[in-house]
Write a protein that binds this ligand. Structure first.
Ligand code: GTP
Ligand code: MG
Length: 329
């Protein structure tokens, strides 16, 4: 999943990028590392790895992109799966936090409104009039949400409808997070009327901590009164906001964590692994990681009836370890 970090000049975008990735940003531009992939840590993976004697642990990944601003015409920016808006509340930032937030949201929303309005005009006037009644209806619905400054991601979730507007690469239908980069002694608390997840952090300190040796990080965070480091806070906030769960595939070769939407079936989980596995799906043998970790062995979990065979319709649960039987077609 690709997350673009955007915001006004000097608000602390690169600082937050450093805090999230643990990269030393001081020589970032010489090395051109403006995007970086980070594992979504899940403590179940290393524990499972011991039990299965796996050679490799593979985590879900988030890829963070540090953008120089927020040019709404930038095609790379448009290709992101979600955004972090950084709001600066420190001495390097001239504008007030509330102005930064309002400006950025109105620019993103204006971009989407303009694109949708143009398309709406084409399909409701002139020659093409009434050729696309369903699309026109969907676009009208979206235009209303944008005009009322609603949280579009939250209110426009129907996959069938999203298909109609995917090609426009709108900002507002993707998840947007806000990080308020506070100075130590400031405490701006934005009114969260949209329902966007907001994280208030001390960016500079969080960034510095990631550069310390692992064993010193915890102590330093405690000293600064920070309970959970930013990357963990952000990743769990993102999973919650996007309604994501994790399932696993486990073998001696590797333990791999996969991501799925809550409520998706085992057939869709198979599709996440490989389309061939989905198309040839026969059934799945499932055990939950909690049971394997409880009995610390596959054999004992089996003896305690923790395994169950499921067909296509089974709803995948968080922590399921899936072994899918499929026929090659
Ligand atoms: N005091 C304080 N200074 C900060 C904080 N975050 C960033 N800064 C300072 O603000 C300046 C800009 O930070 P950057 O992270 O480079 O900001 P940016 O948004 O990437 O800047 P541009 O890419 O130039 O637009 C630097 O001098 C940082 O040290 C913070 O939390 N507190
Ligand atoms: Mg920067």
């Amino acid at each position: 999943m690709k997350i673009g970090i955007i915001g006004k000049k000097q608000c602390g975008k690169s600082t937050i990028y450093g805090a999230l990735t643990g990269l030393d940003i001081s020589d970032m531009y010489e090395k051109k590392i403006y995007f970086h992939s980070v594992d979504v840590y899940d403590k179940r993976v290393s524990k499972l790895s011991e039990i299965y004697h796996a050679k490799r642990d593979v985590y879900n990944k988030l890829v963070f992109y540090d953008f120089p601003g927020y040019d709404t015409n930038n095609s790379e920016l448009k290709s992101m799966d979600g955004y972090i808006i950084v709001i600066g509340d420190h001495h390097s930032c001239e504008e007030s936090p509330i102005k930064q937030l309002e400006d950025i949201f109105s620019d993103l929303y204006l971009n989407d409104l303009t694109i949708l309005q143009k398309r709406h005009d084409i399909i409701t006037r002139g020659k093409k009039k009434s050729d696309f009644p369903l699309e026109a209806k969907i676009i009208t619905e979206l235009l209303t949400l944008l005009e009322e400054e609603k949280n579009v991601y939250n209110e426009f979730k129907d996959e069938e409808k999203i298909k109609f507007v995917k090609g426009f690469q709108l900002f507002s239908i993707k998840p947007i997070f806000v990080i308020v980069n506070n100075d130590e002694n400031k405490n701006f608390q934005p009114e969260n009327t949209f329902g966007f997840p907001i994280f208030e952090i001390m960016g500079e300190i969080e960034r510095e901590v990631t550069l310390l040796p692992m064993e010193e990080q915890k102590e330093y965070l405690e000293m600064m009164g920070i309970e959970i480091p930013l990357i963990k806070k952000f990743a769990s906030g993102l999973y919650k906001y996007l309604n994501l769960i994790t399932f696993f595939s486990c073998s001696e070769k590797e333990i791999k964590a996969w991501q799925l939407k809550k409520g998706q079936t085992i057939y869709e989980a198979a599709g996440a692994i490989h389309t061939d596995i989905m198309h040839g799906f026969v059934r799945a043998n499932i055990v939950n990681a909690d049971d394997i970790l409880k009995y610390k062995s596959e054999k004992l979990a089996r003896e305690n009836n923790c395994y169950h065979l499921e067909n296509k319709e089974y709803t995948t649960q968080d922590g399921d370890i899936v072994d899918i039987r499929f026929q090659k077609k």
